[in-house]
Design a protein around this ligand. Structure first.
Ligand code: UDP
Ligand code: MG
Length: 338
């Protein structure tokens, strides 16, 4: 396996990766706390902020912070691509010997980075932080999350730790492994688990959001759950053959019974209710199974199109290291409307 990459900035120990989507109300406090924690650690660091198509003043603010402190670097996406893809871009651009993704809303306490680093120095490749509780989340979100992770744990081939977000420390070799995964459906929690390596958990209390609102509504959470299950299990595709087999067996037995009964006691026309029930039930089962196939097929279609995962509009702080996604013929006139 190819490991050592173009990791020319060997001087950087820790890269902190922060996906940012409309977080103007959090940035000031975020950098205050992150920089405080990092300075206390006495290591070389970089902070990679991915501006995921924010529509507020997040980018302008980020640029101001970048000018004041060049270790704050910015990857500015061409539009909103979603948090998992933002994280992927962060990993692509990070050059630290260890990488920690962090939410911009301060739900993950930056002060914990010291503990993560300590475990890493003991020789672990992944140190993930497990939430002791989920403050500030509605019972519905908590209940649905816990059911989802229980289901995912049952059906997936790799064990995906419960109550674990993206807040974790990854060694360079883990980051390189993640960079080799080509899929467009980036269900990061699953991918983190899939790569393996020496993993260890530490516990923490997850805080409520500092300011602003979570970007997730229930429809998005539902689709997120579907992404997770389809990416890590093909059981939903396979159950239908067994269900069909079961129903066919029952139908066969019933058919034999009907034939014999008709032979013995003659034709008996009534049976509207049982007919309707059977037809509607089978119609429903077939539509559900088709829908499940559709969920997979749609995702296969996304994958085979082979579009780039994300497009970068500008980079700040990566001088001399142009990203392959950056258009080499980029216009110098600042562009117009498209
Ligand atoms: N985020 C992002 N792109 C998106 C949605 C969210 O980069 O399309 C970022 C967001 O700015 C934050 C992190 O992902 O830093 C977590 O988002 P959020 O707090 O909304 O998610 P939750 O904590 O509710 O899972
Ligand atoms: Mg949050």
């Amino acid at each position: 396996m190819v490991i050592p990459p173009e990791f020319d900035d060997a001087s950087i120990t820790l890269s902190v990766v922060i996906p940012i989507y409309n977080e103007e109300a959090n940035l000031g406090y975020l950098f205050e706390r992150v920089l405080d924690s990092l300075q206390g650690l006495n290591i070389s660091y970089e902070i990679i902020c991915i501006n995921d198509g924010s529509r507020d003043r997040s980018l302008e603010q980020l640029i101001e912070y970048h000018v004041k402190n060049p270790s704050i670097k910015i990857v500015n996406f061409s539009r909103n691509f979603g948090k998992d893809i933002a994280l992927t871009a962060g990993l692509d651009h990070a050059c630290g010997a260890a990488v920690i993704p962090l939410d911009a809303d301060l739900q993950d306490p930056p002060e914990l980075m010291g503990d993560l680093l300590e475990k890493w120095r003991q020789g672990y490749d992944v140190v993930y932080a497990t939430r002791r509780d989920r403050q500030g989340e509605s019972w519905l979100k908590r209940a649905s999350a816990s059911n989802f992770y229980r289901l995912l744990g049952r059906v997936s081939q790799v064990p995906i730790p419960q109550d674990t977000g993206d807040f974790r420390l990854m060694d360079r070799r883990v980051v390189e492994a993640l960079k080799q995964l080509p899929e467009r459906n980036r269900f990061m929690k699953g991918l983190f688990a899939w790569v393996g390596y020496r993993q260890v958990a530490i516990e923490y209390d997850r805080n409520p959001r500092h300011a602003g609102q979570s970007k997730w509504n229930y429809w998005q959470l539902w689709n997120f759950a579907l992404d997770g299950i389809t990416a890590f299990s093909s059981i939903p595709l396979k159950v239908w053959s067994y269900l069909g087999l079961g129903i066919s067996l029952v139908a066969l037995v019933y058919a034999v019974f009907l034939v014999i009964r008709t032979l013995i006691s003659g034709i008996d026309v009534p049976g509207y209710a049982s007919l309707m029930v059977a037809v509607l039930f089978m119609g429903g089962v077939q539509l559900i199974s088709l829908g499940v196939i559709g969920e997979y097929l749609g995702r296969v279609y996304e994958e085979v199109k082979g579009r780039p995962l994300y497009l970068v509009r500008d980079l700040y702080g990566f001088e001399g290291k142009p990203h392959p996604n950056l258009d080499p013929l980029s216009r110098s006139d600042g562009g117009g409307k498209g």
